[in-house]
Ligand binder design. Structure first.
Ligand SMILES: [Zn+2]
Length: 247
């Protein structure tokens, strides 16, 4: 199966007319199971230190990401926002938080986040930097990042490749690929440890060989079936990304 997107009930920067904080709006309040677990565990640990995890953004649909990018291009929104296909927000794996509510130094928050597999997008813990508020729960897509960083793929930067992989794994289109299902198969193969060259949406010789090695018969007339088999193997390898959390 695809990695599911679960509803999440978490306090946000949005307020009602009385100034009370509201939960994150439903259209944004969706994430993968492992992200759900990470957010709640981080919130608990932060609360013990006197801070609060208050979100301003989480899931963005294709249209929401497109709007966000257009607002950046037009200057309406100052923070950089990539076009659809390049943000972990689109996979329910990226979130933005209210830095002023942390009540601890950003460097200390980074340590808490890291303990739950959540990483920042900037290189130094400086709260004044743009995107200091953005964090990603990369999950198994970190393997795609590493794969590109090691030079096994060359058509994208590592971050873009990992984000595209994460978006594909929840079943959402990425425009860079002619065939989304072939790209999703390749994302799975890379996360299962196979070296297939570029994640490009074209099942080539190396992808075929990798499928054979996994015992999946290559049938280009039945790509959905191949994808189902790859998804099953990915689910077995990374169960936390598919499991419904207990909280
Ligand atoms: Zn963000």
């Amino acid at each position: 199966m695809k990695s599911p997107l679960l509803a999440i009930d978490i306090i946000s920067v949005y307020t009602n007319k009385l100034g009370d904080r509201l939960p994150l709006p439903i259209r944004m309040a969706k994430c993968t199971p492992d992200t759900h677990t990470a957010i709640f565990n981080i919130a608990v640990e932060l609360a013990q230190k006197g801070g609060k995890l208050i979100l301003s953004d989480l899931f963005r649909s294709y249209d929401m990401q497109s709007q966000s990018h257009n607002d950046f291009v037009s200057g309406k929104k100052k923070a950089f926002s990539p076009p659809p296909g390049g943000s972990f927000h689109e996979a329910g794996r990226g979130f933005d938080l209210d830095l002023s509510a942390l009540k601890i130094p950003l460097a200390d928050f980074w340590k808490i986040a890291a303990g739950h597999g959540v990483v920042p997008i900037i290189s130094q813990p400086k709260a004044s930097m743009s995107e200091a508020w953005h964090f990603d729960c990369r999950g198994s897509h970190q393997l795609v990042y590493d794969y590109y960083e090691q030079g096994n793929g060359t058509n994208f930067k590592p971050y873009k490749a990992a984000a595209a992989s994460a978006i594909l794994s929840v079943g959402i289109q990425v425009d860079d690929f002619g065939d989304t299902r072939q790209a999703a198969i390749q994302s799975g193969l890379i996360r299962l440890g196979k070296v297939i060259g570029n994640l490009d949406g074209n099942i080539g010789k190396r992808s075929r060989q990798a499928l054979n090695e996994l015992g999946i018969s290559v049938d280009m007339a039945n790509i959905p079936e191949m994808l189902l088999q790859v998804e099953d193997m990915v689910q077995q390898a990374f169960p936390d990304e598919f499991r419904m959390p207990s909280v």
